[in-house]
Design a protein around this ligand. Structure first.
Ligand code: HEC
Length: 490
């Protein structure tokens, strides 16, 4: 009898809230227009509106290949709050690297009989973010962005917008003071370039679960979490899929058309400025051996292309001590891997490659502009400011060089020199980088580490202070949610 009542109630609630047809809403509350992505199609065809991650899995598992990945939000060595993010992908059955659908959901601690247990955070609280999802739209040639949001008694799917909306939201970044952001969708705050992101894109993916170094827990896990942990995949595979997803977006002619509809300064922006960042580090965990390997992109930027530079762990740790670094929630002085460093975003580099393919820049121009800022700096404001001198014409170089000539700043003078020096060829840059690498390896190897270490701290700070971290809707480093870098002990 009792079970009949329960079933009856369940059906009534289900019918009220969209079991008959699953309505996806826009942010304005209207019915979302039909989208040509595999998630929208699956949802439209389903006879029940998925209300949580398990029902999304049930809906999509039969159609596509699922993979699950895990990151420790507050740092690998700080699991006690039970805060993890699961990211999942769905790819066509024979196209493993090419995911059509990405989604994310989160864990929290739940009180089970007086014991804190890590559980999936799928509660229906009003306004609660339950699932976020990105799906490739085959007609548009770019991504759609969705969210499942708690409404108290049920959960509602929203279509928030697409890669085009993000590009439009972000078109004024660095080009207006104070920073101006569009309001189309909150996803623009962090998915700055309109596609998937993964901060720790490069191996060893510091705070992620990788096969060579699974994550650790301080609390028991619910059945739902345990089931996922048995299936969790190594973050290298997520990195492959995210990179392929960025590449697919960049290679899409429709996406390129949107970017080409914007001004030439906006198009050149990923070269002068940093729109997205990634995070790199030593390959091996910090407790492994007496040597630390510094990723060269941290010291010389993305065009350096050299192997990491080895330094002594002792002198590195002395600097952690000297500068009083510590994680805010633990006693750890450093992350799981040493020299955790922000670097120029992979999506910016893909965008620069497209600029080159479109004939807007050549190798010399790329290197002239990139290296006009002091080597090893990130988020360099002076170089980014020079974007204002770029005339809005495809043949922008002559006018830009003329404009540089009228400027008094050191960087403008230096860049003028570079761009008008025919002897400064890409080959000459390679030679200079080679010499720089030898000198830097020698200097750091001999223990002269402090200036480089200070630059690392400045670069971390530069991300937090940069315009891309000023969008009130969200910041790439996700302060308050992710704990990534150690900070100065108070
Ligand atoms: C506060 C920053 C922030 C905002 C705002 C944000 N995301 Fe993300 N999202 C991230 C980060 C960062 C990752 C990757 C995980 C990492 O690097 O730690 C991510 C990952 C994802 C993923 C997994 C695929 C991928 O890109 O790695 C999906 C799906 C996703 N986000 C959807 C959304 C949607 C949809 C919105 C808007 C409704 C949104 N996100 C808004 C920061 C954000």
């Amino acid at each position: 009898m009792k079970s009949q009542i329960v079933i009856f109630l369940f059906l009534t609630v289900g019918q009220c809230f969209g079991q008959i047809n699953c309505t996806i809403l826009t942010s304005q509350g209207a019915k979302a227009p039909i989208q040509n992505d595999n998630f929208f199609k699956a949802l439209s065809a389903a006879n029940a509106c998925p209300q949580n991650i398990e029902s999304v899995n049930a809906l999509l598992d039969s159609l596509f290949q699922n993979r699950k990945f895990l990151v420790a939000n507050r740092g690998r060595n700080n699991p006690k709050q039970g805060s993890f993010s699961f990211f999942e992908s769905y790819a066509g059955k024979n196209r493993n690297a090419d995911a059509d659908i990405f989604l994310g959901h989160f864990t929290h601690l739940k009180n089970v009989g007086g014991k804190a247990v890590i559980d999936l955070d799928q509660s229906m609280n009003k306004g609660q973010l339950i699932i976020e999802l990105i799906a490739w739209d085959y007609s548009k040639g770019y991504y759609n962005f969705y969210e499942l949001i708690g409404q108290g008694a049920y959960n509602q799917w929203f279509y928030r917008g697409d890669s085009k909306d993000i590009i439009l939201d972000n078109q004024n970044i660095y080009l207006s003071q104070p920073a101006q952001f569009g309001h189309r969708l909150r996803c623009s705050g962090c998915h700055t370039s309109g596609g998937p992101i993964m901060k720790e894109l490069a191996y060893p993916h510091n705070d992620w679960w990788i096969k060579a170094r699974p994550l650790v827990f301080e609390n028991a896990q619910s059945e739902h979490v345990l089931k996922r942990l048995r299936e969790v995949d190594s973050a290298e595979n997520f990195s492959i899929q995210v990179q392929a997803g960025m590449q697919k977006l960049e290679a899409s002619s429709q996406f390129q058309m949107i970017k080409k509809s914007l001004s030439i300064p906006v198009q050149l922006r990923p070269l002068f400025c940093d729109l997205e960042i990634n995070i790199q580090s030593d390959i091996l965990p910090i407790d492994n051996g007496p040597i630390i390997q510094i990723p060269v992109a941290s010291l010389g930027g993305p065009f350096t292309g050299r192997t990491p530079i080895a330094i002594s762990k002792g002198s590195y740790q002395a600097l952690l001590q000297k500068f009083g670094l510590q994680f805010p929630e633990t006693r750890h002085q450093d992350a799981d891997h040493a020299w955790l460093t922000p670097v120029k975003g992979h999506s910016d580099l893909l965008a620069i490659a497209s600029l080159k393919a479109a004939g807007l820049v050549d190798d010399k121009t790329i290197l002239d502009i990139y290296y006009s800022a002091p080597i090893g700096t990130l988020m360099n404001k002076d170089r980014c400011q020079l974007l204002k001198l770029v005339p809005n014409t495809r043949n922008w170089r002559p006018g830009f060089i003329q404009n540089l000539k009228t400027q008094n700043s050191l960087i403008a003078k230096a860049l003028y020199q570079r761009m008008t020096d025919p002897a400064l060829t890409p080959a000459a840059y390679q030679k200079a980088i080679g010499d720089w690498y030898v000198q830097t390896s020698r200097k750091l190897g001999a223990g002269d580490l402090e200036p480089t270490f200070k630059q690392l701290l400045l670069n971390r700070q530069s991300v937090i202070e940069s315009d891309i971290s000023k969008n009130p809707k969200g910041q790439i480093l996700e302060p308050g949610f992710r704990v990534i870098f150690p900070v100065k002990r108070l």
